[in-house]
Write a new protein. Structure first.
Length: 326
């Protein structure tokens, strides 16, 4: 069984969704072929490359860091099989984001930041939880994340920003997540969501009515981990921002979310990450089974992984693939 070197928001979500799939993705000695990047995923990755390259070059100068060159970012994030489609789709999304004013709005905040805004391609660190008056009995957790942007403004606000592209390849499209503080490119509305209660917090307009986890717990988990990796302490208040491109039938609305992740939820996420970390470094992976049955389950999955890795009988590999996670 492989040693897990870190947990990420993706791997934590995978463990919660299916321990079988987690084992096949991260723990087997012979890993099955990687699941190909889908077209919807490639659009988000391409858009990310366009916007991140633009911001980095305009803030720090073209060529200062070759990793943020558009083509370098694009090719690092988009698989070969999707590049022809994703380049045009990502460029279209970027142009809409730019024309509607959302890019300029973010650029203003980043230009006035205290110190240099951080554009991270990947951050790994040991996160320890310390609570006053509480003895922590578990060790820290090695976490990895890919925060899009982190900055501190002149008023002392600590802000983590992430971009989401929703529904671009869907026949039905996607609606903006509720709770946004503003929406752009929407012919029917140009202000905050009806459930939002915007208030200025340290120079940032924030929805104080609720927390991100009440709308999307997976996004809240992701942004909380990104905040910790950028230096925020677990449970402390920092602003999380999501610029969501909600696509439907050729139109793209840009919903700007500025909110927080509650202290209680942050500690819940960290406690669960500690628990998963402890499990995957033990000899008892499937905790709903006895240690003996858990070991037998691991052996069965090891054999399944071997089938997926083989170039032999197509029917066996198809069966192993479609039964992953069952």
């Amino acid at each position: 069984m492989r040693k897990v070197e870190y947990l990420s928001p993706t791997s934590i979500a995978k463990f919660e969704e299916s321990v079988d799939d987690f084992y096949l993705w991260y723990l087997v000695e012979k890993r099955p072929p990687k699941v190909p990047q889908t077209q919807p995923m490639s659009v988000g990755s391409a858009f990310d490359a366009f916007v991140k390259s633009y911001l980095h070059q305009n803030l720090f100068g073209k060529g200062k860091d070759p990793r943020f060159d558009l083509i370098a970012l694009f090719e690092a994030q988009v698989e070969q099989r999707n590049r022809d489609f994703a380049y045009g789709a990502g460029k279209h999304c970027f142009e809409v984001y730019q024309k509607c004013g959302a890019l300029s709005d973010l650029m203003i905040h980043l230009s006035s930041a205290v110190g240099e805004p951080r554009f991270e391609l990947e951050v790994r660190g040991v996160i320890n939880g310390y609570r006053e008056g509480v003895t922590m009995t578990r060790e820290g957790v090695v976490l990895l994340g890919k925060p899009d942007v982190f900055f501190i403004n002149a008023h002392g606000a600590h802000v983590v920003i992430d971009w989401k592209v929703s529904g671009y390849c869907s026949d039905y499209g996607a609606s903006p997540l509720p709770g946004y503080v503003s929406i752009r490119n929407d012919p029917k509305q140009n202000d905050q969501h009806r459930d939002a209660c915007p208030m200025m917090m340290n120079g940032i307009m924030v929805n104080i009515a609720t927390y991100l986890e009440y709308y999307r717990s997976d996004w809240a988990t992701q942004l909380a981990i990104y905040g910790w990796l950028c230096g925020e302490e677990i449970g402390h208040e920092f602003i999380v921002g999501i610029d969501q491109l909600a696509c439907r039938h050729g139109s793209i609305r840009v919903a700007q979310h500025r909110t927080r992740v509650s202290a209680a939820y942050q500690w819940k996420v960290f406690a669960r990450a500690q628990q998963i970390w402890e499990i995957v470094h033990s000899n008892h992976i499937f905790r709903d089974l006895s240690p003996e049955d858990s070991k037998a389950r691991c052996e069965l999955l090891d054999k399944q992984a071997e089938i997926l890795c083989q170039d032999g009988d197509e029917r066996d590999r198809w069966f192993a693939q479609v039964t992953r996670g069952m």
